[in-house]
Structures are given as C-alpha cells and as structure tokens.
Design a protein around this ligand. Structure first.
Ligand code: GAR
Length: 210
C-alpha cells in the first residue's frame, strides 16, 4: 500500500479522483494527509470528508519561501509518505525541499510538457494555435515544470474552444492519467534515478501515452 501525501491549493478534483480510486479498490494506496498553502481550499474539505488529516498554512505568515516550505514539509514528513503528489498545488517549491525528495515527488501539469510551463496553460495553448493539448505527470525537480515526464494524455483543440471548454476537456483526462501513473508507481514499475525515468527497469525515452 503506497502512502501518498497530496499537496493542493484549490478545488481538489485530482485529490478526489485519488480518494475515489482508493475507495473503489482500483488504487492500492492510502492518502496519509492533504496539505495546502490556502486554508480555504476546497481540497481540505474533501480530505476531511474522506477522514484524511488536512493541514494548511498561509505563506504570508512565514518570513521566507524556505521557512514556509520547511513548515509544510515538516507536516508532510510527519505523515511518513512514500510519495508526495502535487495535485493543483499552485505554489513554487524551493530547491531545498525538492532536491532531497527526488523520485518521491510528482506533479500533474495541464499541458503537454515541455510546452506551456507555468500558469494559464489553456490560454497559452489557444494563443499558440496548437491542434493538440493535454496533461503531463512528471517528477518534480528544482526547475519549474521541468522535471522528467512520466506520462501524458492528449486531447484535441477544437474550433470554437475557449479556455473553459479546453480546461474541462483536459481535466477529464487528468484524473485517469494520474490514477494510472500512481498505479504504476505503487507497483514499483516507475523509478527516477540520475535525472532519468525508468519503467520496468528500462530508461524511458518518451512519455508513456494514455
Ligand atoms: C489541474 O488542472 C492541475 O493540472 C492544475 O491545476 C488544476 C487543479 O485542479 N495544476 C497546475 O496548474 C499546476 N501548476 P484540481 O484542484 O481540481 O485538482
């Protein structure tokens, strides 16, 4: 049983997908805590409703980024997770907490990385006029949205799409993408070593496709 800590800043639909998959017996894992930089995040309510410990703190009550990250990861570490999942966690994590956790920290990002890092990815995709968009799950490194990608899901960009329509199409694929990736990790099939992702022992040359 994989012990998962989830970091979330908002709505928490990816968290809910994890909780539901565990409840339905399709993910051999346990969410050992949900941690947020936004005390009002709906994700915290979803955690409590599922009987999962929820923790939140405001970055502005800490003097520096490092101080906040330390407080956050003191709480995370106390839950003894095998894996930390950033699921809609909208705050940059500093190198001091990321580097020691290489291979045990993943993020879901709403674009086909390396395209459209950062914020407003759906707006970026529409502005660029791409015909395909999607979501990526990647190992977190100190480089923003730059860590090696494990798996991606693709969706078409359709004529008439606005940001909301495109975001909804991507989100519908994020949930199964995240659950599948977590299942591979729980089964010990995906590892990260020396900046390289290994799947079933072989270096991954391009992201798995879902
Ligand atoms: C998701 O689309 C996730 O990929 C994105 O925020 C949304 C959170 O939704 N994450 C990022 O943009 C990370 N930079 P949720 O709170 O309903 O899971």
């Amino acid at each position: 049983e994989l012990r998962i800590a989830v970091l979330a800043s908002g709505r928490g639909s990816n968290l809910q997908a994890i909780l539901d998959a565990i409840a339905h017996g399709t993910l051999p894992a346990r969410v050992v805590g949900v941690f947020s930089d936004r005390p009002a995040a709906a994700a915290l309510e979803r955690a409590r409703a599922a009987g999962v410990p929820a923790w939140a703190a405001s970055p502005r009550e800490h003097p520096t980024r490092i101080a906040f990250d330390r407080a956050l990861f003191d709480a995370v570490d106390a839950a003894r997770p095998d894996l930390v999942v950033c699921a809609g966690y909208m705050r940059l994590l500093g190198e001091a907490v990321v580097t020691p956790r290489a291979g045990r920290l993943i993020n879901i990002h709403p674009s086909l990385l390396p395209a459209f890092k950062g914020l407003h990815t759906h707006r970026q995709a529409l502005a660029a006029g791409v015909s395909e968009h999607g979501a990526s799950v990647h190992f977190v490194t100190a480089e923003l949205d730059g860590g090696p990608v494990i798996a991606q899901a693709r969706v078409p960009v359709l004529p008439g799409d606005d940001e909301a329509a495109l975001a909804a199409r991507v989100l519908a694929r994020e949930h199964p993408l995240l659950i599948q990736t977590l299942n591979w990790i729980a089964a010990g099939r995906v590892r990260f070593h020396d900046r390289t992702v290994y799947v079933d022992g072989a270096p991954l040359t391009r992201p798995l496709r879902l």
